[in-house]
Design a protein around this ligand. Structure first.
Ligand SMILES: [Zn+2]
Length: 170
């Protein structure tokens, strides 16, 4: 096993500007999407933390009306939060959900993605996670205009979910 710190010397100490550092701890955060490193300066022993993040391409979202806007993670998280309100999804489950959805978006490999496509990625992730959140998101997102299309969607998830929780079936 290579010794920690070998080959990771090009980070400047914020204290004395010396570039020789030793990595004293290295761990994955956010499901391996980034790496956190604790470093110690070999010059002054000052300890500091660096984060290495996967560089993501800039993605443009094409909305239903044809307008384009930059993909906004905060907006996605807000939408998911709304869908997951008062459900059993919280804390690390919620983090996992966000990571899964975002991975789905980037895995498309395109610099442009339609909002419809993002919607279906979210719906797939929610369908595997929580029935209530799924229905909530679907009703807003799909903008059901008639009972029939809503019922079609419901039977789709009923078939898909093995353990429904908290939703009363009539
Ligand atoms: Zn230093």
């Amino acid at each position: 096993m290579p010794e920690l710190g070998v080959g990771v010397k090009s980070m400047k100490c914020p204290h004395c500007q010396q570039v020789e550092t030793k990595v004293i701890e290295s761990r994955d955060v956010a499901n391996g999407e980034s790496i956190r490193r604790r470093r110690e300066c070999l010059g002054c022993q000052h300890r500091y933390t660096t984060y290495e993040r996967l560089e993501r391409p800039t993605i443009t979202v094409i909305k239903k009306d044809g307008t384009r806007q930059l993909y906004n993670r905060t907006k996605l998280v807000a939408g998911l939060q709304k869908a997951c309100e008062k459900t059993t999804i919280s804390g690390s489950d919620f983090e996992d959900l966000v990571v899964r959805v975002e991975k789905g978006i980037y895995d498309c490999g395109d610099v442009e993605i339609s909002s419809t496509k993002i919607g279906s990625i979210v719906m797939n992730a929610l369908a595997d996670t929580n029935q209530i959140a799924y229905v909530r998101f679907a009703s807003v997102y799909r903008n059901f205009t008639d009972l029939e299309s809503f019922e079609r969607e419901l039977s789709r998830i009923k078939a898909r979910l093995i353990a429904p929780e908290g939703v009363k079936q009539k």
